[in-house]
Design a protein around this ligand. Structure first.
Ligand code: HEC
Length: 199
């Protein structure tokens, strides 16, 4: 059976939603209400199924984010106005910042789709200097927090096409602190710089 592109996206959405429901339940049972959950190690991955790319990860941002999460921040802040507080350290290619960001990147399960170095796998590379929606910090924060489906609803569209075209899931409540997301973005930027400027 040959699947149409539309069906691929649809089946992806279903797989993705089911995974989140299970993950959220397990996490609540483990940590109990009120207590800060440990950094969740997400099991995200994409695989080929009947010729279609199927990704399992976080759901798209249907529900309003809990106050203070990256999702809530992306939803309530005017497009173009999110600023990375680590910009100065990022510009200086601060190694401690990069290491911290990379650890978080691994803890949130991003490598399951993008590879541990961000060079891609079943999903597009994120450290090759080709930016699908652009490299503005505001855009990258929104992309990871909202997911690409909701990002596009905010008026963003793909400027570049990489080897794989698929939706990016929302991580805006899985990553609970905007600060952590900024550190991840700084690592992505520093890594991309190194990949494009070093031989
Ligand atoms: C389930 C698979 C999956 C997971 C897990 C995932 N991503 Fe993605 N990501 C994608 C896909 C697919 C795209 C391309 C989106 C598009 O083309 O609209 C993407 C795009 C991106 C981009 C833009 C890349 C570019 O070249 O412009 C960044 C940055 C990114 N992801 C960061 C992350 C981070 C950080 C995490 C972990 C918090 C993460 N991703 C987890 C699938 C995933």
């Amino acid at each position: 059976m040959v699947m149409s592109v539309r069906k691929v996206v649809l089946s992806l959405g279903l797989a993705v939603g089911a995974t989140l429901a299970i993950g959220a339940h397990a996490q609540n049972a483990a940590s109990g209400p009120g207590s800060a959950p440990p950094l969740p190690v997400q099991k995200n991955s994409c695989h080929l199924q009947g010729g279609a790319l199927v990704c399992e990860g976080a759901a798209t941002a249907e529900v309003a984010g809990a106050a203070g999460t990256p999702l809530a921040m992306a939803q309530k802040t005017k497009v173009g106005t999110l600023v990375n507080p680590y910009q100065a350290k990022e510009d200086a290619h601060d190694q401690a910042l990069a290491d911290e960001g990379h650890k978080l990147f691994e803890g949130f399960g991003c490598p399951g789709c993008h590879g541990d170095g961000g060079g891609g796998g079943m999903c597009p590379p994120i450290t090759n200097g080709v930016w699908i929606y652009g490299d503005a910090d505001d855009t990258l924060f929104r992309l990871v927090a909202l997911g690409s489906v909701d990002l596009q609803k905010e008026g963003f569209s793909r400027k570049a096409i990489e080897n794989i075209v698929a939706p990016m899931p929302s991580f805006g409540t899985i990553i609970t602190k905007p600060d952590d997301l900024w550190k991840v973005i700084s690592w992505v930027k520093i890594q991309a710089y190194e990949n494009t400027h070093k031989k």
